[in-house]
Ligand binder design. Structure first.
Ligand code: SF4
Length: 228
C-alpha cells in the first residue's frame, strides 16, 4: 500500500519512526474532555492502535501505532463521535488551560468559559504563522502562559494578558502590555484585534513576538488598545 504521509498528516495522523505506523492526534481544548470522548479514544487505541494513549505537553491526546490501512475505519469512528483531529501548520492551535476557578480553589477566573469561546471562534484559523494561546487561573501559572503567543492569567479576579511568547526551537517570554482587564468581553476584543493585527501585518512564518519586535511595541499597543 502506497502511503501519502503528507495527506495523512493533514488529517491528524503523524508518521512515526516506524514508517508504516501513524500517531493520531485528537483536537481538544482546555485540557478537559468528557468520559465519552476518552472512551472513544480508548476504543481506537484498543482496536486500531497499540493499546496506548499519550498526553502531549499541550494537553492533546495522541494514539500511536495506527496502520495506514486502518485510517478510514478510525476516521469513521471519529466522525460518528463528532471528534475532530488536530490541525497543525500556520494556524490558531488548540488552546491550553488549567482547570481554573470552576474547580481549583486558587482560581481567579473561569478558564473553561473563555477557552470554549476562543476555541470555537479561532481554532484552525489560517494565519501567517502558528499562534498558540494559553489560559491559567492564577499566579501559580500551571498553563505557563508566557510561553505562548497570547497568554491570559487570572489576577485579582481579572485577566492579565501576555503577548509574544513562544517555546520550541526558539524561546521567548511573553510580556504584559496592558493593565489587568476586568471583563472577559474586553479580553475577547483584545484577542480579536491581536489576531487581526497578526493577519494583516505578519509575513509568512513570522511569530507574533517577532512581529512586535519588527513594528515596535507602541504600534502593537495602539492596535490592541483600540479594542480595550
Ligand atoms: S494556575 Fe492556579 S487556578 Fe490554575 S490549576 Fe494552577 S493553581 Fe489552580
Amino acid at each position: 500500500m502506497e502511503i501519502d504521509a503528507t495527506a495523512l498528516k493533514s488529517k491528524g495522523f503523524f508518521q512515526q519512526v516506524q514508517r508504516d505506523k501513524f500517531s493520531l492526534r485528537l483536537c481538544m481544548s482546555g485540557g478537559t474532555i468528557n468520559t465519552d470522548y476518552l472512551k472513544k479514544a480508548i476504543e481506537i487505541a484498543d482496536t486500531y492502535g497499540g493499546r496506548q494513549i499519550h498526553f502531549t505537553t499541550r494537553q492533546q491526546i495522541e494514539i500511536p501505532y495506527i496502520t495506514a490501512e486502518n485510517v478510514d475505519a478510525v476516521q469513521k469512528l471519529l466522525s460518528d463521535a463528532n471528534i475532530r483531529t488536530f490541525i497543525g501548520g500556520p494556524r490558531v492551535r488548540t488552546v491550553v488551560a488549567c482547570l481554573g476557578a470552576a474547580v481549583c480553589k486558587f482560581g481567579q477566573i473561569d478558564t473553561n468559559d473563555i477557552v470554549k469561546e476562543i476555541h470555537d471562534k479561532y481554532f484552525g484559523l489560517e494565519l501567517p504563522a502558528k499562534l498558540k494561546i494559553a489560559i491559567t487561573g492564577c499566579k501559580n501559572n500551571c498553563a505557563k502562559v508566557e510561553a505562548n503567543d497570547i497568554g491570559i492569567r487570572g489576577v485579582d479576579h481579572g485577566y492579565l494578558m501576555y503577548f509574544g511568547g513562544c517555546f520550541g526551537r526558539e524561546t521567548r517570554v511573553g510580556k504584559p502590555f496592558l493593565p489587568v482587564l476586568k471583563e472577559k468581553d474586553t479580553v475577547l476584543k483584545v484577542i480579536e484585534h491581536t489576531v487581526s493585527f497578526f493577519v494583516t501585518k505578519a509575513v509568512k512564518g513570522e511569530r507574533l513576538g517577532k512581529l512586535i519586535d519588527r513594528l515596535g511595541i507602541d504600534t502593537f499597543k495602539k492596535a490592541i488598545e483600540v479594542a480595550g
